[in-house]
Design a binder for this molecule. Sequence first.
Ligand SMILES: C[S@@+](CC[C@H](N)C(=O)[O-])C[C@H]1O[C@@H](n2cnc3c(N)ncnc32)[C@H](O)[C@@H]1O
Length: 321
Amino acid sequence: MPFRATFDCLWCGNPHACRGTDDLEGWAQLCPACIGKAGDNGFLRFRLHQALTERGATARAPTGGTAPTGGTAPATPAPATPAPATPAVTVEPRTDRDAEMLAYYEARAPEYDDWYLRRGRYARGPIHDAAWNAELDAAGRWLDGLPIRGEIVELAAGTGWWSPLLASKGELSLYDGAAAPLDRARERLVAHGLRAHLHVRDAWTEPDRSVDAVFAGFWLSHVPRDRLEGFLGLVRRWLAPGGLFAFIDSRFDPQSSAVDHPPPAGDTSVRRLDDGREFTVVKVYYEPAALEAALARAGFESAQVASTGRFFLTGVAHVTR
Ligand SMILES: C[S@@+](CC[C@H](N)C(=O)[O-])C[C@H]1O[C@@H](n2cnc3c(N)ncnc32)[C@H](O)[C@@H]1O
């Protein structure tokens, strides 16, 4: 992200003004209090590392390291910049959009399920809400009917809406890039008396083993078009021969989002929280045929992507070897 002299903290939303262009806060767009918490929080740590890298790259810029004034910094750090040590390999570089999306979901965790439950700003009247509930139920029944068993990985699992169902079918590991949604998922699993492994882990991190099934709910629509095949290739690498990839995702419908969300602009959408904070996220409404073709190109077999009607897509594909 470029340096910002004044900003609202990406984590807590409080405004902050920097004293100078050397202030790490302006590079991370985090207030001093949140920077102080970076040791305990994956997202804050990631922003801090990125800020250090970007500030260092600007200082070493071939122009003589002129410090940016009022918001111009190189979009990409110089390749020679020493990167902070990362625990695992991600197949794609993280982008500012990735960071903004994680910040959004960290902050949204307490209100995320309002979307599923059509509460508050997500309530769209009895007709639309009844259709939503029926299709959500159909998607759940579809998932329940798949031959999912053995070791299961759920990527970008969020608050774990689908996790109890998955955990009842095998040994589930659920991962998300943000910690706050996983806390909700843990509560949900405990309420169901189910066990699972929960870890903060980037969805783009290379697999560390092969498993029998991978599930991703409402995640492929957050994968930009030019990274879709790369991501599906990564999913394939998660799977042992005979493995299965299943997903549920969004279809575009004007009543599928909050009442105060503007319509999508191309492949990005502006999202608002209850407190009014706004974030821009990648949200791609893929067509079933496009997903089936991308799955085939990534080496999956018998890919089947279907629509529940207005709101959701369901997809399943296999690897044979
Ligand atoms: C639309 S939510 C879906 C949550 C859940 N899968 C569901 O079906 O309800 C997207 C999730 O992706 C997570 N996320 C965003 N960027 C991520 C990344 N780079 N790696 C892993 N998770 C990420 C967010 O924290 C959020 O929980």
